[in-house]
Design a protein around this ligand. Structure first.
Ligand code: FAD
Length: 439
């Protein structure tokens, strides 16, 4: 068994669980975190970037976090723990709700870091500036800047990249945007609804954050217009709300400055708020044969290993639209097992063939390149595939059902699902027991 010296870049949820799994597998870990604390995204930052759209490609991420003040998880706590360290059944920051606020998740991650022993290994305020292979990638040089501003370089056997991917805004190009005279902001910089009071706001995007933010803003705004793909069956006013309308995608900005939607309607608005996701961004990596193209990081074998540099360079945490914390843990276990030699990877060519096959299947299914790391609807296959690599059991049916149920709740547009959850869980349990004749 090989004991590798591994650098982990980033101490968010991905880096923390990666460090735990690497240590458990007997590796030595040097753990770099550019901010002053662990927890990554879950450390709420009230600041926003100077540019509300984060357009400067050279410096996105002056503010790393993208959480808004009122944010509650969109997955219940039973889906947000790690093995041996569940989030359910324990309260970490006084918020016992099934879908807790962000402080509770941060406190959970703090407790996890402490109790798993990884907190002591984190070098805080240590920003990785460059990661480069030596030779064919048998070893890797990591240049990093410490708190004192000094830049140092260290050499490792392997590097695990866990720098997060919810920081650099992805903003779609809108036809005629030069005619737009209102404000524009990306959800990365949304914190509180107050600035939107009495405004007419167009919210672009229909994923979890878009839905939550639209609902929150509607309580103070004059009107909220959601522009979304795949919304054909719900166009028009949304019954649940006084002042929220659903539209198709934005078709463009009209000459009179109004926002024109693909279904034919148009509105005059004060602000366009983009809830359109994030771009992958690795400012410390400049590697031959590894690119971010239309938000596809590639080529990557199963979202983790670039074939050319495997196994000594890996990425944990790229996929989304799955049970994220569990995916982070499975990917971390896989990386740790591959580095120690417990699990083997195919040859470089074998991995490339698998990558090409994945891309071909995506194309056939009509899925755009930019959705490469969005796992839904094949998320269960990926989780089970990872589990197979590391000898873990397949995803429990209960977790799969809970996840599917949450997605339905999110897409129902009714943000009260979180508070109803526990009640519904209780009645579902009673119904099951009654069916079984136990009560
Ligand atoms: P991050 O948490 O972003 O951590 C990355 C870390 O890397 C940061 O600490 C950063 O400072 C550090 N770093 C970056 N660059 C460098 C460098 N060069 N050198 C050193 N350190 C560096 N997930 C869920 O499971 N449930 C939810 O309900 C949920 N809600 C979400 C809501 C919002 C609004 C957002 C944005 C995300 C949500 N997520 C949710 C997804 C969330 O991103 C993941 O849960 C998880 O926190 C990702 O962890 P990570 O470690 O990959 O990234």
């Amino acid at each position: 068994m090989r004991r590798a010296e591994v650098a982990v870049v980033g101490a968010g949820a991905a880096g923390l669980v990666a460090a735990r799994e690497l240590l458990r597998e007997g590796h030595a870990v040097a753990f770099f975190e550019k901010s002053g604390r662990t927890g990554g995204t879950w450390a709420y930052d009230p600041r926003a970037d100077a540019d509300p759209l984060g357009r400067d490609p050279a410096s996105p991420g002056a503010v790393h976090g993208s959480l808004y003040a009122s944010l509650r998880t969109n997955l219940p706590r039973e889906l947000m723990g790690f093995s041996g360290f569940p989030m359910a059944g324990r309260v970490f920051a006084g918020d016992p709700r099934a879908f807790p606020g962000h402080r509770e998740v941060l406190a959970f991650l703090d407790a996890f870091a402490e109790e798993s022993g990884v907190a002591a290994r984190v070098r805080l305020r240590a920003e990785v500036l460059r990661v480069a292979p030596l030779g064919q990638g048998e070893r890797w040089a990591v240049a990093w800047r410490g708190e004192d501003g000094e830049v140092a370089e260290e050499v490792f056997d392997a590097v695990v990249v866990c720098n997060g991917h919810c920081t650099a805004p992805l903003v779609p190009k809108i036809r005629g945007i030069d005619k737009w005279r209102g404000k524009q902001i990306h959800s990365h910089n949304y914190r509180v609804p107050e600035p939107f009071r009495d405004q007419s706001v167009v919210v672009v995007g229909f994923a979890a954050s878009g839905i939550d933010i639209a609902a929150e803003i509607s309580r103070v705004a004059k009107e909220v217009h959601i522009a979304a793909r795949y919304s054909e069956d719900r166009l028009g006013k949304i019954e649940l709300y006084q002042n929220v309308w659903m539209h198709a995608e934005i078709d463009g900005i009209q000459d009179d400055g109004r926002v024109h939607f693909a279904e034919g309607s148009a509105v005059a608005a004060d602000t366009i708020l983009y809830c359109t996701g994030y771009r992958y961004h690795f400012p410390f990596l400049d590697l031959d044969g590894l690119t971010v193209d239309d938000n596809r990081v590639g080529p990557l074998y199963r979202h983790v290993f670039p074939p050319k540099y495997a196994p000594n360079l890996s990425f944990v945490g790229l996929p989304f639209k799955t049970i994220i914390f569990q995916a982070l843990e499975l990917e971390s276990k896989w990386v740790a097992a591959v580095l120690s030699g417990h699990t083997a990877l195919p040859s470089e060519e074998g991995m490339m063939t698998a990558v090409r096959e994945d891309y071909r299947r995506m194309e056939e299914a009509g899925r755009p390149k930019r959705h490469t790391h969005a796992l839904w609807p094949e998320w269960v296959e990926y989780m089970n595939w990872l589990a197979d690599q590391v000898g873990e059991p397949h995803l429990e049916a209960r977790r799969r059902d809970v996840y599917d149920r949450v997605l339905k709740c999110i897409w129902s547009l009714d943000d009260r699902y979180r508070d109803r959850w526990e009640e519904e869980e209780e009645s579902a349990t009673v119904a099951t027991l009654q069916r079984k004749g136990s009560i």
